[in-house]
Design a protein around this ligand. Structure first.
Ligand SMILES: Nc1ncnc2c1ncn2[C@@H]1O[C@H](COP(=O)(O)OP(=O)(O)O)[C@@H](O)[C@H]1O
Ligand SMILES: O=c1ccn([C@@H]2O[C@H](COP(=O)(O)OP(=O)(O)O)[C@@H](O)[C@H]2O)c(=O)[nH]1
Ligand SMILES: [Mg+2]
Length: 180
């Protein structure tokens, strides 16, 4: 699993990892955005929650993740940007019946995250300054407690994500080489 604030480079580093190691990358945010595009009955609700930086109900995200895991044919996954809160974590563990082998935490100061998101240019509706502030608040209040949870279980591996992408990947590569 990969955790870190919005813009910390989770998606970027997952793309690097899949080139070197035999994992399937599953981004919860990408799966939710695909669900909106597919015209699903939950699309409008998911869209409005993302636009507000809120966390989509666990049942929806977990169902999408489990479906993607099944369809991948793989048994090794990089779960990017999930779980976002305690309820996400518990529902996932109960439904998928798996726990992460280890959790990468991308540590980066908020000013740098804000800069990166404002320059991301992926046309995302939630990459505007008002929604970014809301996402940071949700991150601190709901997601950081999960980071502490995995730390208490001895599963957290902290990465300094404030460095250039190539240097961050060097640290990520060392971890994947020793953990897998
Ligand atoms: N180490 C880095 N230094 C500078 N910019 C980066 C770095 N890693 C990623 N970026 C850029 O920052 C933005 C956010 O990265 P992304 O991988 O989408 O983060 P996340 O998935 O954690 O939100 C993207 O435009 C990406 O190209
Ligand atoms: O498990 C998840 C992952 C994402 N989101 C929603 O999708 C948005 C974008 O998530 P993503 O991981 O794509 O953002 P990133 O951290 O990459 O900027 C979040 O702000 C949430 O509104 C969610 O509700 N549950
Ligand atoms: Mg991302």
């Amino acid at each position: 699993m990969l955790k870190g604030g919005p813009g910390s480079g989770k998606g970027t580093q997952c793309a690097n990892v899949v080139k070197h190691f035999s994992y399937t990358h599953l981004s919860a945010g990408d799966l939710l955005r695909a669900e909106i595009k597919s015209g699903s009955e939950f699309g409008a609700m998911i869209q409005s929650m993302i636009a507000e930086g809120r966390i989509v109900p666990s049942e929806i995200t977990v169902k999408l993740l489990c479906k993607a895991m099944e369809e991948s044919g793989n048994d090794k996954f990089l779960i990017d940007g999930f779980p976002r809160n305690e309820e996400n974590r518990i529902v996932f563990e109960n439904v998928a019946k798996i726990e992460p082998a280890f959790v990468l935490f991308f540590d980066c100061p908020e000013e740098e995250l804000e800069r990166r998101i404002m320059n991301r240019n992926q046309g995302r509706e939630d990459d505007n300054i008002e929604t970014i502030k809301k996402r940071f608040k949700v991150y601190v209040e709901s997601t950081l407690p999960i980071v502490s949870y995995y730390e208490s279980k001895g599963k957290l591996r902290k990465i300094n994500a404030a460095k250039p992408s190539e240097e961050v990947f060097e640290a990520v590569k060392v971890l994947f080489t020793s953990e897998t």
